[in-house]
Write a protein that binds this ligand. Structure first.
Ligand SMILES: O=C(O)CCC(=O)C(=O)O
Length: 289
């Protein structure tokens, strides 16, 4: 169990994110938690080999990305509510922020560097604008130059334009030993580094958004209501079981009230999940294990 960050630690990281576009929190993933996540990634490799999306230039040729994770092992429910992340993001994204998408980024040996991009590009709002997105990179193995640590362009979060794919940017790697966690705000230019090592660079990308934005992954449709009703209230809040500045209501009330009436008695078990892994080959044109 992690002790909460002090107000001074939170303020320091929030200030760094505002100034540089990123900040690193070392020792944020206790070793037993990290092991649980790695075991779960091994399980995912056995049931949905190669990740949930086919190889592609932007997302990687030998990078394994699994999604829809809240329909997988219980450990993902704890990943989403990491207490230090929630402490810091309430200042970066404001009250009522949401979980936007959860994925793995297991970058295999030989993968070239990912194109430099911004994560709030999904909204295409002109800059400058308030913080809409903040990604958290979870280092489950060491992030080094050689293994392909995420590369960022410091201070690019303050620029008035999005990245241009014809420009070569001066980047720095987010160096951190396994167990570290890095925040990258949605306006900061960044991309995965090239993996020149002979081993995987294993990471998670757990991405949150301002509560007025649409979530990048359709979490509210992808997870059955009965299953969501069994999640901890803190996680339900991050999925949208709360209003933000008047958005997200049901009957102009906190949506939890009606969700409880509507789905309170629905079985937590979702029968579809038994078929879900069997459809992996159809989704990705890869053969199931
Ligand atoms: O894997 C990384 O280091 C960065 C991932 C990323 O930026 C992305 O997938 O959009």
């Amino acid at each position: 169990m992690l002790p909460p960050l002090s107000d001074a630690e939170v303020a320091e990281h929030v200030a760094r994110i505002a100034r540089d576009g990123y900040a690193i929190l070392p020792d944020a993933i206790p070793p037993d938690f990290r092991q649980e996540i790695c075991d779960e990634l091994d399980r995912l490799e056995s049931v949905r080999p190669g990740g949930d999306i086919p190889p592609a230039p932007f997302t990687g040729q030998v990078t394994r990305r699994w999604f829809d994770l809240l329909n997988d092992g219980e450990v993902w429910q704890r990943v989403a509510v990491h207490p230090w992340i929630l402490q810091i993001l309430s200042h970066v994204l404001g009250e009522g922020f949401l979980l936007s998408t959860m994925g793995s980024a297991v970058v295999g040996p030989g993968e070239p560097a990912q194109p430099i991009h911004v994560d709030d590009g999904v909204y295409a709002f002109p800059r400058p604008h308030p913080n809409l997105v903040c990604n958290t990179m979870w280092a489950l193995t060491d992030f080094t130059e050689e293994t392909g640590a995420t590369r960022v362009v410091p201070g690019s979060n303050t620029w008035d334009h999005d990245p241009d794919h014809r420009t070569r940017y001066e980047t720095v790697p987010l160096l951190m030993p396994a167990g570290g966690l890095a925040f990258v705000v949605g306006t900061c230019f960044h991309g995965a580094g090239a993996n020149r090592s002979d081993r995987d660079r294993t990471a998670l990308t757990i991405n949150y958004c301002n509560g007025s934005m649409r979530q990048q992954e359709n979490l509210m449709l992808g997870i059955s209501p009965g299953r969501m009703m069994g999640f901890a209230p803190e996680l339900q809040n991050l999925l949208g079981f709360r209003t933000c500045k008047g958005s997200g209501h049901i009957f102009a009330q906190d949506p939890r009230l009606e969700m409880q009436r509507h789905y309170g008695d629905v079985a937590a078990e979702d029968p579809y999940l038994a078929r879900r892994n069997a459809l992996h080959g159809d989704r990705t044109a890869r053969r199931p294990a």
